[in-house]
Design a protein around this ligand. Sequence first.
Ligand SMILES: [Fe+2]
Length: 212
Amino acid sequence: MIRDMHCHILYGVDDGASTREESLRMLDVAAHGGITQIMATPHFRGRWNNRELVHQTFDDLVVEAKQRGIILMLGSEFFIREFDRDNIEYIKNELCFENSNTILLELSSFTSIDDARDVIYPLQRNGMKVIIAHPERYKEIQHRPVLHEEYLIMNCELQLSADCFALPSWSIRRRTAKALFKANAYALVASDAHSAADYERFLVSVKKYGLN
Ligand SMILES: [Fe+2]
């Protein structure tokens, strides 16, 4: 039984699945691989902020998912630069994981821990639990993996995008992920899949490294 809490399965809303057929292929691969719950996390970033379209696509796929024995839920991958003190209620009510106050926060590669703190604390003060998406991608942590502890001290959870385990061994993302994994830093392992092929790679990594 595998839960995937970060996935770009909704077609036509961001840089994930581009067609309905691709979304259905992702569901088929997921069902076949033993995934029983998927959190759809479309980007909330720049031109990808059409939540009306997100809901339409989600409502369509939730039925397809159910037919395959998968619970599909809705959240978002919230990009740090979209933060504004005036939109905290919107973030809480619309962009958190369904039925929870958990927000999946995406940083830019160059976001510093201090800049992240300026966003994380207001989110937390407003009752949100913050998950940091794929810390292995961020330059500061790649440079000094031990800095991931700063996010743990802030009471954030860290989410591994397991696709990086399929990268070549010299890849900085892979090496950073391995260091964090070894340090038991990750609370969640997710696919961050954008296509059926991504999902296949994810499932290979999950099985190979016993990630579920
Ligand atoms: Fe993502």
